[in-house]
Design a protein around this ligand. Structure first.
Ligand SMILES: [Zn+2]
Length: 568
């Protein structure tokens, strides 16, 4: 199959918006496009193209006014109810009756569809293929019929791909970008100055600060083609541990941020019961501490209720994130996992994040981290291990044998001094790999894929059991596996799934000239972020020309926040 290059339409901006200020026309794009009056959109089939009601046969179209429905039997035109009854007919000038109001003819909903140059349908790009959605934004069909290709909105010079899924994020950590300094801590165990920075700002963050930081991070994700985020949320109380004015207020601020910029979100409610291995329950920072498993499940119940009440549909849902084996004793972890199963939600656990974890776990439980989880039956299809840079070979094999998902966050892990993700070993073990941006040191899942690929290429000891098409393998990690990890509805463009997708400009200098067979690899391993042209979430347009409609206010508020946090 071939890409079908199409000359840019005169007047269309194929060079992307340099000005980050939101063009006013974009403000309409956050509305459901099914209500849009965009004349470039799909043309309504059926009734909207049929003759107007006044021309064809219909209930208001008789042989003449005398038989119209506005007149009763035997009445002359002026003998309608209450009209000039005292006048002699001879003195009355004939009155032309007003036309009867047009009857309401049922209008079929407009069918929204797109026709890019090519669409990635799961294992290849296909050209000459349009796809359509229903009113809920879910894909109803693909078509090559000429009438359908004519009806669909043309996306010239663009290739459409399923939206990326960021399986692990802390949105508000965006405030730390560029502030890590590893040199003075070269002799320390991982994490560099991360902990000091974290504690420095944690005591001062308000709900609105978290909102501003998360909104910036989520908007940046959309600009990078990410349509779904798994947000691990650990801030539950005031800095001194007293309750927030509104229970769950910080989580609500995060959800509001996601909704305001238009990204799909799994809110993974974090559980932290102690400061680390061997520490008593209750020893963690008061801001993140859950006093008990019951306290945690009660707060999560409230979060479920909040989401059900305020976010109907599938834009928002809830999972749980027991922080780590150090922060959650194994008995508490089992109870939280049982709760998650009862709620049919996902469980995300940070595992093997530091070099010290393995030894501390063996010291407390006599088992390595993965062996401990396997022994208690906690490795299943709902479980995702986050990180994993410091797991032993045996633990990596145990995760592979259990077929669980492991979420690598290579850019974040390297930036924080946590070490390189052992891609070679995980792929050889057969784990399902997902990708996350974690601490937002950069927000580009494709860059994360590149980091892993470079490691693979540089690893001369890699065994032979590798996918030959690494572009497809890492794209699967950034879409299908990420969606499975979060229980998200997207991840692939197919009938029944939401129209979560992004497009790339196939003429962008970073990827222009790629063959149809090589386009996915070019996008994954070589594309510049500015190659991303449009982003749609559930058939609602969020990005156009690498610009988000709320870009100016979001960036402005975030700049003010950074100044406030770091200027003193
Ligand atoms: Zn994390």
């Amino acid at each position: 199959m071939r890409l079908r290059p199409v000359a840019p339409v005169i007047g269309e901006n194929l060079t992307h918006g340099i000005d980050r200020a939101a063009p006013s026309f974009l403000l309409v794009t956050l509305q459901n496009p099914l209500n849009s009056r965009d004349r470039r959109g799909p043309v309504a089939p059926g009734p909207s193209r049929s003759p107007s009601p006044g021309r064809g046969p219909g209930p208001n179209r008789g042989p003449g006014p005398a038989s119209g429905p506005s007149r009763g039997p035997g009445q002359s035109p002026n003998q309608g109810p209450g009209r000039d009854r005292d006048r002699a007919p001879a003195q009355v000038r004939p009155v032309v009756p007003a036309p009867a109001p047009a009857p309401k003819v049922p209008v079929a909903p407009r069918e929204l569809g797109w026709l890019p140059d090519c669409v990635y349908t799961g294992d290849k790009f296909e050209s000459g293929l349009a796809f359509f959605v229903d009113a809920a934004g879910r894909i109803t069909r693909f078509s090559r019929e000429p009438a359908d290709l004519e009806m669909a909105k043309r996306l010239p010079g663009q290739a459409a791909l399923p939206g990326l899924v960021n399986a692990h994020s802390h949105g508000w950590h965006r405030i730390f970008r560029g502030r890590f300094d590893l040199k003075p801590q070269a002799d320390r165990a991982a994490l560099g100055n991360w902990r000091e920075l974290h504690d420095q700002v944690l005591a001062r963050l308000s709900d609105e600060d978290v909102y501003d930081a998360a909104r910036e991070a989520f908007m940046e994700m959309l600009l990078a083609g990410i349509t779904t985020v798994g947000e691990c949320h650990f801030l539950h109380h005031q800095p001194d541990g007293t309750p927030l004015p509104e229970a769950g207020g910080m989580a609500h601020a995060v959800l509001r941020a996601a909704q305001d910029v238009g990204i799909r979100i799994a809110l993974l409610n974090g559980a932290t019961l102690r400061a680390g291995f061997g520490q008593p329950v209750g020893s963690a920072s008061p801001r993140v501490l859950s006093a008990s498993v019951d306290a945690f499940t009660r707060s999560t119940d409230l979060l479920f209720a909040h989401v059900e009440k305020n976010f109907p549909g599938d834009d928002v849902w809830v999972g749980v994130a027991p922080h780590s084996l150090g922060a959650v004793p194994i008995d508490a972890l089992k109870a939280i996992s049982a709760y998650a199963h009862a709620k049919r939600c996902r469980v995300h656990l940070q595992l093997g994040e530091t070099a010290a974890e393995h030894a501390a776990c063996v010291a407390e439980y006599g088992r390595s981290p993965a062996a401990l989880l396997a022994e208690h039956g906690l490795l299943d299809k709902r479980f995702t291990a986050i990180h994993g840079a410091h797991l032993s070979d045996d633990d990596i094999r145990a995760l592979g044998a259990a077929r669980v998902t492991v979420c690598a966050c290579p850019a974040s892990e390297l930036a924080a001094g946590e070490g390189a993700f052992p891609t070679t070993k995980f792929l050889a073990a057969g784990v399902a790999l997902a990708l996350g941006t974690d601490g937002q040191q950069q927000t580009n899942l494709l860059d994360d894929a590149r980091l892993l690929e470079f490691q693979l290429r540089g690893d001369r000891k890699r065994p032979g059991a590798f996918p030959t098409d690494l572009g497809a393998a890492f794209f699967q990690a950034a879409t299908v596996t990420g969606a499975r990890s979060l229980g998200a509805p997207g991840g692939v463009l197919e009938v029944g799934r939401p129209a979560d997708f992004f497009t790339v400009n196939v003429y962008d200098p970073s990827i222009v000239g790629a063959s149809p067979e090589g386009l996915l690899g070019a996008v994954v391993f070589a594309s510049n972020p500015r190659a991303i042209r449009e982003v749609w979430v559930g058939a609602r347009q969020r990005v156009s020309g690498w610009a988000h409609p709320l870009q100016s206010p979001v960036v402005g508020r975030f700049a003010d926040l950074q100044k406030k946090l770091w200027s003193s």
